[in-house]
Ligand binder design. Structure first.
Ligand code: SF4
Ligand code: SF4
Length: 431
């Protein structure tokens, strides 16, 4: 399948596969598992990070100035999400924009609804991704009591964090985030760090890592590289103008050039590789088994032949949908564009959307649209072409669909694969 096939898949109707429905035969359980990233407050945020890929959605999706998922839609979502899945655990993930802007009472209502529809024997978990600015004692009491796991957005120590994470009037936010850390610790709220790796902090891997692990005491870190196409505000991935796609290694394939394919604050792919190598070295030498780093955990698992723990390094996409404040459901959090809308939660159960032919086509296109350059890559099964939204480049022989981060990913595996293999052998022996 070519890149065009991804486009075609967005035109298909949402026709549910048989697997969308509960199988009451003797077959194994857990056939219907998927994840939905909920954005009940839309793109509304109380700060103005320059690199945020989501703020512009206010315009693209014609969001109102104060978007808020209304009571009827919220209840339809909670009910459908719980009823659409098998297994003994349902995980809700609340994101934005900034979800705490909806207020604490809104989240109390969410927990009440979850209890209303919670089947016997099913555990309900909640993740909240936040910039932390509104997290006071009252919030933290609630989060601790209801066992929320907070993903705190923090980009490193003060100077590094404040480079891009500023208020709408351009004021720094680091001290506000540190207040949130203190308050969460006081109340025993579980939290981890979400680090957006941009063109600035990518140059300071050890400062970032040591600050998080040694000063904040964080034991789980998610690193997300910023890769923002220059025309990301209006155009969905895979819908870019082909003539504008640069070749890997060219000047236009790097940030900083006026005609670059990415914005200035995006990471340079080579820098991303060096960032990963330096962080990995530090992690292996000091924190293996003590600190979890999303990209390294999955690399170890995949080298051991286990499935990827992250969608970006998995063979297929499609198991992580996104719901907007008005109930519209999209194929992925990174594909909240009109072309990738599946349906509205008030019109269709989520399982029909998650297990539909159209969503399956979206998912398999991740593997089937890879260029030959990736199919022949020694790291294919550890990378799978990374996230399709980042496939902005042409390969050296001119084929489209190569990931912007490819040079960095290759450099990282060139360095780390022997060590990853050693770790996997040790783990295998322990098992
Ligand atoms: S498009 Fe990217 S973020 Fe979305 S499911 Fe696929 S790999 Fe994950
Ligand atoms: S490292 Fe590069 S060539 Fe190899 S699979 Fe990943 S994106 Fe493709």
């Amino acid at each position: 399948m070519t890149k065009t096939s991804m486009r075609a898949s967005t035109m298909l109707d949402v026709v549910a596969l048989k697997s969308a429905y509960k199988d009451l035969s003797d077959k194994p359980q857990y056939q219907r598992r998927f994840h939905v990233m909920a954005k009940p407050g839309g793109a509304k945020c109380n700060i103005d990070c320059q690199y945020c890929f989501y703020l512009h959605k206010e315009d693209l999706l014609h969001q109102p100035k104060q978007p808020k998922m209304d009571d009827e839609t919220l209840e339809a979502f909670v009910k459908s999400y719980i009823e659409s899945q098998d297994g003994d655990e349902v995980v809700f993930s609340w994101q934005g924009g900034e979800p705490t802007l909806l207020g604490l009472d809104y989240f109390r209502q969410i927990v009440t609804l979850q209890k209303k529809y919670q089947p016997a024997g099913v555990r309900i978990e909640n993740d909240l991704q936040t910039n932390g600015i509104l997290l006071n004692d009252e919030w933290c009491e609630f989060l601790a009591q209801n066992n929320f796991l907070v993903g705190l957005s923090i980009d490193g120590p003060e100077e590094i964090h404040n480079k891009y994470r500023v208020t709408r009037s351009g004021k720094p936010t680091f001290h506000l985030v540190m207040n949130a850390v203190e308050t969460m610790k006081k109340h025993g709220v579980r939290f981890n760090a979400l680090v957006t790796v941009n063109n600035h902090n990518v140059k300071h891997p050890l400062e970032v890592y040591r600050f998080l692990t040694q000063e904040l005491g964080v034991t789980y870190i998610q690193y997300n590289p910023v890769v923002e196409p220059s025309d990301f505000k209006t155009t969905a991935p895979q819908f870019w103008n082909d003539s504008m796609i640069p070749t890997v290694g060219s000047e236009l394939a790097k940030p900083g050039h006026p005609m670059s394919v990415v914005t200035d604050w995006s990471v340079d792919a080579d820098d991303w590789g060096q960032f990963l190598i330096a962080t990995f070295e530090e992690w292996v030498n000091n924190d293996l088994g003590r600190v979890l780093v999303n990209l390294f955990e999955t690399a170890v698992a995949q080298v051991m032949g286990k499935p990827s723990q992250l969608c970006i390094t998995a063979e297929f996409c499609g198991k992580g949908l996104a719901i907007e404040h008005n109930g519209d459901v999209f194929s992925c959090d990174h594909y909240v564009y009109p072309e990738y809308k599946l349906a509205n939660v008030k019109d269709r159960p989520l399982n029909e959307m998650a297990f539909s032919i159209r969503q399956q086509a979206f998912g398999t296109a991740k593997r089937d649209s890879l260029p030959k350059y990736c199919s022949e890559c020694p790291y294919l099964k550890l990378c799978w072409g990374e996230c399709p939204k980042n496939r902005l480049l042409k390969t050296p022989d001119g084929e489209e669909g190569l990931n912007y981060l490819c040079p960095g990913i290759k450099a990282f595996f060139d360095y780390s694969l022997p060590i990853l293999t050693g770790i996997s052998v040790l783990l295998g022996q322990n098992q």
